[in-house]
Design a protein around this ligand. Structure first.
Ligand code: ME8
Length: 646
């Protein structure tokens, strides 16, 4: 039987600066739906890409003194790298500088012109280059861009332009919006759009003549196509519309996901282009809220409040970031981003609630049943309740994801996890284990825990794709993919007799040092501290296996600086082969930062990360100390960063 199809898109982002948490949110959200739909048996097409023919890109490139294409190639590469690091499973990545896109844009422009929907006239009015938007005088706010997130200077344009007859299709669009309640979501955006269209549409200027960067109008190459007309077409050009269009026939219509800032383009201009072409309208235009910073304001490059997304992934991992963003943005509202809130969520929801449930469960199965999942003999009403709640959680996740409500889907999963953690305490397996007469009861509890974890992990997999494989390994079911599918998230799938493999913490806690801890204590976490020099009482003997648990590596110090308001601490950037780490080290009294740069030191690379003065320190460099002197251990420059020290 043919699978049902599902086509989902993100906006194509402007590659005028590196991607950030805000841009990552939409892509992660689209990825989560894609993964979920695939698990539900859909044939999914997930498209993302970059919007390259913007005037602002030409200007940025010019300011940098590089040709625009060269400039975008470099930034697009960053987008693609970031999506890989975030486990984004897009099926295609369209760049509007590609030939396959250009031919469709030109074809559509020509068709609209030939049928009289595009006409030549003159544009006189204002233009906001950062927003790539035309504004009439009466819309301006104190002579500036009226977009509440922009407010920047606008430029006066007076040039020959082609116009698109938006007004002609206004009533048809309104009728469509009103008769299709799912077309624009959530409902607040739908209402905004209805009143916007009712207010009357003006014809749209769709070409520019004052610069060359862009797609030439096919019948008048003095003009380039207006970047928004060009950009919106990506959703069909990527499917080969009007060309080899089997893909278009298969997947169209789309679900378009985006931030609320650009709903108007997708819910008004884009459908009118499609109406004019006689193409079916998108299934849904969904406008989510913005990520705001705690200090206020949308997270955006222009506000200078973005954090390097690569750095965040390196520190906290893709799954933690995905979880945080999806949980924090409630459907229909804005979300707040702060690094402290991110760490808090990772520690409480992921490390404590989920990770701890796995480690408790595997520890007890190991301790009480030699690592073998027991069979259920006689479930109690409490066990039965857990199985009913698992089914309810699954249903709720499905309902939420069907309406793109990621946050509440996660709330439903975590409500279930919370209940299971409480069940452990209520059923007190450690007490049952003391009484052989209660063996069967203990078996049931242990089985219930393993099964609950299996189901939780299936439900989490669209949100955090890096997690399941690690849980399957610990539960001993890696080689049973039939137990990982969405349908398999039904109670009782876990066969008894499976041997588990207890492993590392699923989400290591990120330690934040509390204020008030003596500086020396902090320092002792990162380097042998001179203040702790007194010969320790002879350390206990360790085995070679114990020693092998240390991951010692050569690290090249590539940057060093003082940590503000901490006279003993230096912040070091250390290179370990492909990887870079930040290490906070208590050696500021012994080394000036510049003395360290270029040294190859020895790093304990698998030390649990710890936050010092708000900086996450990932490892400890070794140093020897004696009578107030301290020297970091160095190795010769011939050894590459990352080399093992044994
Ligand atoms: O608008 N919170 O590209 P863009 C949430 N090229 N989402 C955010 C965000 C934030 N703080 N900041 C950005 C464009 N986004 C056009 C699109 S589509 C045919 C052309 C996300 O690079 C959100 O999805 O400015 C927003 O709509 C998009 O990035 C804007 O990306």
């Amino acid at each position: 039987m043919q699978k049902p199809t599902f086509y989902i898109t993100t906006p194509i982002y402007y590659p005028n600066s590196s991607p950030h948490i805000g841009t990552a949110y939409t892509t992660i959200a689209a990825d989560t739906v894609s993964r979920y739909k695939r698990m539900r048996g859909y044939d999914v097409w997930f498209l993302t890409g970059t919007d390259e023919n913007a005037q602002k890109i030409a200007r940025t490139a010019e300011a940098k003194g590089v040709p625009p294409k060269e400039y975008v190639d470099e930034v697009v590469d960053k987008f693609q790298q970031l999506w890989r690091l975030l486990d984004i499973s897009n099926d295609d990545f369209i760049r509007t500088t590609e030939e396959r896109h250009k031919v469709v844009v030109q074809d559509i422009f020509q068709r609209l012109y030939d049928q009289g929907d595009i006409y030549k006239s003159e544009y006189e009015g204002w233009y906001c280059t950062p927003c790539e938007t035309f504004w009439t005088e009466n819309k301006l706010n104190d002579g500036k861009c009226p977009n509440p997130d922009c407010g920047r200077e606008v430029e006066l344009l007076k040039e020959e332009s082609y116009f698109f007859k938006m007004s002609k299709y206004q009533d048809q669009l309104l009728q469509h919006i009103e008769s299709h309640p799912d077309f624009i979501q959530p409902v607040a955006r739908r209402n905004e759009m209805i009143s916007f269209v009712r207010g009357g549409l003006e014809d749209l200027c769709v070409s520019r003549t004052t610069f060359k960067w862009g797609i030439p109008v096919p019948f008048n190459p003095k003009h380039v196509v207006y970047v928004w007309l060009d950009a919106l077409i990506n959703y069909v050009s990527a499917l080969g519309w009007g060309q080899e269009d089997a893909k278009f026939k298969k997947y169209w219509p789309a679900v378009h996901l985006m931030g609320k800032d650009i709903v108007r383009f997708h819910a008004v201009i884009w459908p009118i282009i499609l109406l004019a072409l006689g193409v079916e309208l998108p299934r849904t235009v969904y406008g989510h809220g913005w990520f705001l910073s705690r200090e206020g304001g949308k997270i955006s490059k222009s506000r200078g409040n973005v954090q390097d997304a690569f750095e965040l992934i390196r520190l906290y991992g893709s799954d933690g970031i995905r979880y945080f963003l999806l949980k924090e943005m409630q459907a229909g509202s804005d979300g707040y981003y702060s690094e402290d809130a991110l760490v808090e969520r990772i520690n409480s929801d992921l490390a404590n609630d989920y990770g701890n449930l796995l480690s408790r469960t595997t520890a007890m199965i190991e301790k009480y049943r030699q690592g073998v999942v027991p069979a259920v003999v006689n479930p109690s009403p409490l066990d039965a309740e857990i199985s009913v709640l698992a089914a309810a959680a699954k249903k709720e996740v499905e309902d939420c994801l069907d309406r793109l409500d990621f946050s509440n889907a996660l709330v439903a999963i975590w409500r279930f996890i919370g209940r299971v953690n409480k069940y452990v305490d209520e059923s007190a397996p450690w007490t049952l284990a003391k009484n052989p007469a209660l063996d069967a009861q203990l078996d049931t509890v242990l089985y219930t825990l393993a099964e609950a974890l299996r189901i939780v992990t299936i439900l989490c997999s669209p949100f955090m794709p890096g997690v399941p494989a690690r849980v399957w390994a610990q539960l001993g079911i890696t080689a049973q993919p039939e137990l990982h599918t969405w349908e398999a998230a039904a109670w009782g799938g876990f066969g008894p007799g499976v041997k588990i493999n207890r492993g590392e913490a699923l989400f290591p806690r990120i330690e934040e040092q509390k204020e008030g801890v003596a500086e020396t204590d902090k320092v002792s976490q990162t380097v042998a501290s001179p203040s702790q020099e007194a010969e320790p009482s002879a350390p206990a003997e360790i085995s070679i296996e114990d020693f092998a648990r240390l991951d010692l590596r050569v690290g090249k110090i590539i940057a060093a600086e003082k940590v503000e308001k901490a006279d003993k601490l230096l912040k070091l950037e250390v290179e370990l082969g492909q990887e870079r780490r930040t290490v906070v080290s208590g050696i500021a009294k012994h080394y000036a930062p510049e003395e360290l740069v270029g040294k190859s030191v020895v790093l304990v690379a698998n030390l649990k990360p710890v936050k010092l003065r708000g900086i996450l320190s990932q490892g400890m460099i070794l140093a020897a100390s004696h009578e107030g002197k301290l020297e970091v251990l160095t190795v010769s420059q011939d050894l590459p960063g990352g080399a093992r020290v044994k």
